[in-house]
Design a binder for this molecule. Structure first.
Ligand SMILES: [Zn+2]
Length: 376
């Protein structure tokens, strides 16, 4: 069995459900230290983060990943134990196989090979791992990025190993992500008898036109490869269950996925302007999940496109779709960010898996990309 498959299996065996790292980072730090990397364990709250670097000066290329996995769900639903890796018909099964212990293992192998054959490479090459990507992502890369900001740490390029491929390894290159902003809105009215509406104030009637306006709004026409910004109402609750009572309150949850035409603060202002224009008495709690980021054409994107074309046999689609990722915390440091990883069809599902053939190619793919960027 190849080195990358063995290491992926060793990582799957450690049941690192967010935020428990279960020893994954110790294992990796041990290997990288032996290869000559300086390793720093950054623990914030319950979360383990690992920062491993090799070399000095500029530029800095960071490989970014997570060692935590989502819970497997009921054991009976899986064909084999989610934490006992098993290969059947050329496919490796186990929780985290695709998201993203396979990529993490491939990063480690690529880094070991890279420094073994280019000990005098230019700049720095680094690995950043967290055990809180799948959860609240509070004490993970968000905190590490704060620390980097304090230290004046400069990052030029960042490659995230999230499973980005659609049908075939390397068919998609992620070059940005939308921002995400969530609101919990409470509209206050006055409870009363439906027969005496003049003595009550109906928060449902008051909120509906404002919500209709927000839902129907055309925020923008998109931004380069980004789709238009969208607001979706996900929950709406009001009422006592009785049909003769006007409720005193209405609660709404909504979320915006937005492109680089916007910043979260500006969207908050625009939404609240609509609420005020409709005369609502309200409280709103905003949660800024992350600002959008976009990597324009440049050396990183060009190198990635060429390497993917070579390994997948076709020009990759360049996309900004999907949810968000930890790159949202690294991009604001001024880094160009892209994401390249295995096929994502099974992630977070039962019987999560990765093709052994794809896994075996992945270290070579990352290695070639690192060489193009750091060997001149
Ligand atoms: Zn992931």
């Amino acid at each position: 069995m190849s080195e990358v498959v063995n290491l992926t299996k060793e990582l799957i065996t450690r049941p690192s459900i967010t935020t428990d790292d279960a020893g994954c980072q110790q294992l990796i730090a041990g290997r990288l230290q032996r290869a000559g990397f300086a390793c720093e364990h950054l623990r914030f709250g319950e979360v383990d983060n690992l920062w491993a670097t090799h070399g000095a000066g500029e530029p800095t290329l960071v490989l970014l990943g997570h060692t935590d996995v989502v819970p497997p769900g009921p054991r009976e639903a899986w064909a084999s134990d989610p934490f006992v890796p098993e290969i059947r018909d050329g496919v490796l099964y186990g929780r985290g196989a695709a998201d993203m212990k396979g990529s993490v293992a491939a990063f480690v192998i690529a880094l070991e090979r890279f420094v073994a054959s280019h000990s005098e490479h230019r700049g720095r090459v680094a690995l950043l791992l967290t055990s809180d990507e799948e959860g609240d992502a509070v004490d993970g890369v968000r905190r590490v990025a704060d620390l980097f900001r304090e230290r004046g740490e400069k990052i030029d390029w960042c490659i995230t190993g999230e499973p980005s491929s659609k049908a075939k390894l390397g068919d998609l290159l992620r070059v940005g992500r939308r921002g995400t902003l969530s609101a919990t809105l409470t509209v206050h009215g006055i409870q009363g008898h439906v027969a005496y509406p003049e003595k009550a104030r109906n928060p449902i009637h008051q909120a509906m036109p404002a919500l209709a306006e927000l839902a129907a709004r055309r925020w923008d026409e998109g931004y380069e490869t980004f789709p238009p910004t969208s607001l979706q109402i996900s929950n709406i609750n009001a009422g006592t269950g009785a049909n003769n009572v006007i409720p005193g309150e209405l609660r709404v949850l909504f979320n915006l996925r937005f492109n680089p035409n916007w910043r979260a603060a500006k969207l908050e202002q625009e939404c609240e302007a609509v609420l005020r224009a409709h005369g609502l008495e309200y409280d709103v709690h905003w949660h800024r999940g992350g600002e959008p980021f976009h990597t324009p054409e440049g050396p990183l994107r060009a190198a990635a496109r060429e390497v993917l074309a070579k390994f997948s046999g076709g020009v990759p689609e360049e996309s900004t779709g999907g949810g968000t990722s930890d790159a949202r915390f690294i991009a604001p440091l001024g880094a160009q960010c892209i994401e390249i990883g295995p096929v994502n069809a099974s992630i977070h599902k039962v019987d999560e898996h990765v093709s052994v053939a794809d896994l075996e190619v992945l270290p070579d793919l990352y290695l070639e990309l690192i060489e193009r960027l750091l060997v001149s």
